[in-house]
Write a protein that binds this ligand. Structure first.
Ligand SMILES: [Ca+2]
Ligand SMILES: [Ca+2]
Ligand SMILES: [Ca+2]
Length: 250
């Protein structure tokens, strides 16, 4: 008896799990964006088209033999670079991805600071407005803190240890905004057909001490998710099965 009961019980569990997976797959597939169109992309290997500054350089030295905008230390205290976008569709959401390299001894919120990196767009305002630390030893040993974390790019969530949210490449912090899982994707909704993206540093010290550089700047628009008929059918089946399963268990 027990054996039959157990078999039925495990059978029920398997059916329940399968139904839930089916429903989950239906929901996940239905939420996949229909398509994304890249409206701007630059790795700064051959040009700085669209930007107001042209200085490039390879950083971090010996780690990644790739050119970065500002890698020649041309972007530092009080300086900035802007990207002009044209031909945008009003009301469309655009995603901005870029890699941010922080060179030198950024000091965060305290002494010899505050050291800010700021990213804003003409319609959305600040999307990143936070202090950053690049100190030693890595892991907060210096006691310096920053207001940036992946969940608080506007620097409004308290203080965090140095390099929070960064990938540390041979001791140098690189922030992969919108590139790779877990990194915040920044976006704006176009209110006109043109937009200015503004990247700036406001730090206490000079270029010999602190600078920043950008790479892999990609702007894309994400069309509204449109569930395909087959997906809708799958989703409906999942919901129906869920309902049936719930009723059966009552
Ligand atoms: Ca590059
Ligand atoms: Ca410093
Ligand atoms: Ca500083």
């Amino acid at each position: 008896m027990n054996c039959v009961h157990n078999k039925r019980k495990s059978g029920d569990i398997i059916v329940t799990v399968l139904i839930r997976i089916l429903a989950l797959v239906g929901i996940m597939v239905s939420m996949t964006p229909a398509s994304a169109t890249i409206v701007y992309s630059n790795d700064f290997e051959t040009n700085t088209n669209g930007f107001t500054t042209t200085g490039v350089g390879t950083v971090p030295a010996g780690v990644s033999f790739t050119k970065w905008l500002g890698g020649d230390k041309s972007l530092h205290h009080g300086s900035s670079t802007s990207l002009s976008l044209t031909g945008l569709s009003v009301g469309t959401v655009y995603n901005v991805a870029f890699d941010l390299y922080l060179g030198g001894t950024w000091d965060g919120s305290g002494a010899f600071g505050p050291d800010y990196f700021q990213f804003s767009t003409s319609s959305a305002g600040f999307l990143v407005n936070a202090t950053f630390v690049n100190d030693f030893p890595i892991g907060g040993g210096s006691g310096k803190t920053q207001t940036y974390s992946d969940s608080t790019p506007l620097g409004d969530g308290g203080e965090f240890i140095g390099r929070t949210g960064a990938d540390v490449v041979l001791g140098e912090p690189i922030y992969y905004f919108g590139h790779g899982a877990g990194n915040p994707l920044l976006s704006f909704t176009a209110t006109t057909t043109s937009e200015i993206l503004h990247f700036a540093a406001f730090d206490y010290q000079q270029r010999v001490d602190e600078f920043f550089a950008l790479d892999n700047v990609v702007v894309s628009n994400e069309d509204a998710p449109v569930p395909e008929p087959a997906t809708l059918a799958l989703l409906s089946l999942g919901v129906i099965c869920l309902g049936f399963n719930r009723r059966k268990r009552r």
